[in-house]
Design a protein around this ligand. Structure first.
Ligand SMILES: NC(=O)c1ccc[n+]([C@@H]2O[C@H](COP(=O)([O-])OP(=O)(O)OC[C@H]3O[C@@H](n4cnc5c(N)ncnc54)[C@H](OP(=O)(O)O)[C@@H]3O)[C@@H](O)[C@H]2O)c1
Length: 230
């Protein structure tokens, strides 16, 4: 039977690469999008329409969604690009709504949707461990890591819940917004001397969803070229 994956963040970067990879295998992607045109663009036959900046609407939309799922893959996220000293309360709350509260609200409604043997995969970041410039973003990813543990316990044994914590990944909106001059010295510090790419992320996702990931739950897997070792 064709597998069905609910995926956020399909319009760009890692989420787009995962979508292409799963669709190329003949699997079905139901995207969570902010515009119906984004679902049409990937040829989806169903979608959930909501903005992660509005967690109650996100929760209501997922509550109304009745399809059975092999996986939920959360890629949607945003950055402020500022430290807490200069961020407004509104910017901070919006970021936490998008990166943390809305993914939590989705998982809160997914018990009825997940098939036995299914998986929930939430994207984290190396910045959850090492900190960084954008404080709200780093905190949101630390929260995701803790939430993964909580959900792993609550969804077990039927559904596995895990995360991926990438280092800097090229071909994404997040890295396109950064200046080449800022990135060059960071690359030199990475033991593997390069940044990651979206296809490496998508390949790891495919692997974790398959038999190789069948005994993994509650864990967050690092994929960062050795940039952060813990
Ligand atoms: N890129 C990196 O270097 C890096 C490093 C570590 C971790 N990560 C994590 O990996 C995941 C994927 O990152 P990426 O860099 O591939 O993403 P990206 O290219 O920046 O794309 C962000 C995605 O999130 C969606 N999104 C943003 N705000 C939203 C909102 N309010 N409601 C619904 N969707 C929204 C965007 O959809 P729209 O088209 O509607 O805006 C877009 O599809 C994220 O969780 C990110 O934190 C990335």
């Amino acid at each position: 039977m064709t597998k069905t994956h609910l995926i956020s963040g399909v319009t760009s970067g890692i989420g787009q690469a995962i979508t292409k990879r799963l669709q190329a295998k003949g699997e079905r992607v139901v995207p969570i999008v902010r515009s119906a045109a984004h679902a049409e663009a990937i040829g989806a036959d169903a979608h959930i329409l909501c903005d992660f900046g509005e967690p109650q609407r996100v929760r209501d939309a997922v509550r109304d969604f009745s399809e059975q799922l092999d996986s939920f893959i959360n890629c949607a996220a945003t950055t402020i690009g500022k430290a807490i000293f200069t961020s407004t309360l509104e910017e901070t709350q919006h970021l936490l709504n998008v990166n943390l509260i809305s993914p939590m609200m989705i998982c809160a409604e997914l018990k009825k949707n997940m098939k036995d043997g299914g998986a929930i995969l939430l994207f984290s970041s190396q910045s959850a461990y090492r900190g960084g410039f954008d404080d709200a973003y780093n905190v949101s990813k630390g929260g995701i890591n803790t939430f993964i543990k909580c959900m792993a316990l609550k969804f077990a044994p039927a559904v596995r819940v895990f995360g991926i914590a990438p280092g800097i990944t090229l071909e994404t909106r997040m890295t396109r917004e950064r200046k080449a001059d800022d990135l060059a010295p960071i690359k030199e510090q990475i033991p593997l001397k390069r940044f990651g790419n979206i296809n490496e992320m998508a390949e790891l996702v495919e692997c974790l969803l398959g038999p190789a990931g069948s005994y993994i739950t509650g864990a967050v897997i690092d994929i960062n070229g050795g940039n952060y070792l813990r």
